[in-house]
Design a protein around this ligand. Structure first.
Ligand SMILES: C[S@@+](CC[C@H](N)C(=O)[O-])C[C@H]1O[C@@H](n2cnc3c(N)ncnc32)[C@H](O)[C@@H]1O
Length: 288
């Protein structure tokens, strides 16, 4: 019943320092951990009776913990938040390209001492996507498989081709769009030889679209968010993605940092995401 899927309170995100590799992050990371932690809780519980196998995929998994620069407090990273839910997923797939981060993550998972089904993929998620996909259990009439994929790059390092391959499966995405980077470095992203936007959007003719958007006074942030969402809509994801993006701004200067964008092909996904959004301190979405 949906009533039982209403969150009573935010999930705990703080943790002890275990001495392993723990990268520093800004305090704005707290919002991300709260929201992804809560979404995991709702999704894993709400889908338990409806699906035979629920799979959690983290393409930019990190080391499992992070330290807040200002306070020194340690928070659980996305993989450990997903492992801590009361109704664990049936399989976890963690991809990470940095060996220090991956080693720390493996150690942290092993000390949890759980019987959970965890798979690690070392390397760049864009290059390793076929290996990642090979770890998703096969769907059959007797085994219904539903996946949730968290995409949390430092910048716009996810390739649309990677998303498109995963989009062939029954899978919801929560994608952190780090749009402050192209905003600060517009020249670098748009220079003639740069392939970054082409890879991110999966569109060759994006320069013409960008020229036309600019002539309508659209900034690069809104252009990239809109084009990315349009690409997702073409894969069959619902249009609510745009109106339900959560914007996170920096604490000190109130500048836009990133958006959390949720993509599902099914209305139930948005029911969970909208529940989680109530806990976001800033719910500004792009205006269209
Ligand atoms: C913003 S951190 C994400 C942290 C993690 N999701 C969390 O919640 O703590 C990005 C991580 O992705 C890793 N990374 C960067 N590019 C990558 C790529 N192409 N494929 C896989 N991992 C990547 C970085 O080493 C870093 O640990």
């Amino acid at each position: 019943m949906m009533e039982s899927n209403v969150l009573k309170e935010p999930v705990p995100i703080y943790s002890a320092d275990d001495g392993l590799f723990t990268p520093e992050i800004g305090s704005w990371g707290v919002q991300k951990y709260r929201l992804v932690g809560m979404y995991n809780e709702l999704f894993s519980k709400g889908m338990k009776e409806r699906w035979d196998r629920r799979v959690y995929i983290d393409l930019f998994a990190g080391s499992g913990k992070a330290r807040l620069r200002d306070s020194g407090r340690v928070v659980l990273g996305s993989p450990l938040l997903a492992l801590a839910v009361p109704n664990p997923y049936d399989r976890y797939i963690f991809c990470e390209q940095d060996s220090d981060a991956m080693n720390a993550l493996k150690q942290r998972v092993s000390t949890l001492n759980t019987n959970l089904d965890v798979h690690f993929v070392d390397g760049d998620c864009n290059e390793q996507i076929d290996r990642i996909i090979s770890k998703i259990p096969h769907y059959s009439s007797g085994t219904k498989v539903l996946s949730f994929c968290f995409v949390d790059p430092f910048s716009l390092d996810i390739h649309f081709q990677t998303i498109g391959k995963l989009g062939n499966y029954i899978l919801d995405f929560l994608i952190l769009l780090m749009l402050s980077d192209p905003m600060r470095n517009e020249d670098r992203y748009t220079e003639e030889n740069s392939k970054r936007i082409e890879l991110f959007l999966g569109v060759r003719d994006w320069r013409e679209k960008w020229k036309s958007a600019k002539s309508r006074n659209m900034g690069i942030r809104q252009f990239l968010a809109t084009e990315f969402a349009n690409q997702m809509i073409m894969l069959g994801y619902r249009e609510e993605a745009l109106s339900s993006m959560v914007e996170v701004r920096s604490d000190d200067r109130n500048l836009p940092l990133y958006h959390l964008a949720f993509f599902s092909k099914h209305p139930l996904g948005y029911k969970f995401w909208n529940e989680v959004r109530k806990y976001a301190t800033d719910q500004t979405s792009f205006e269209f």
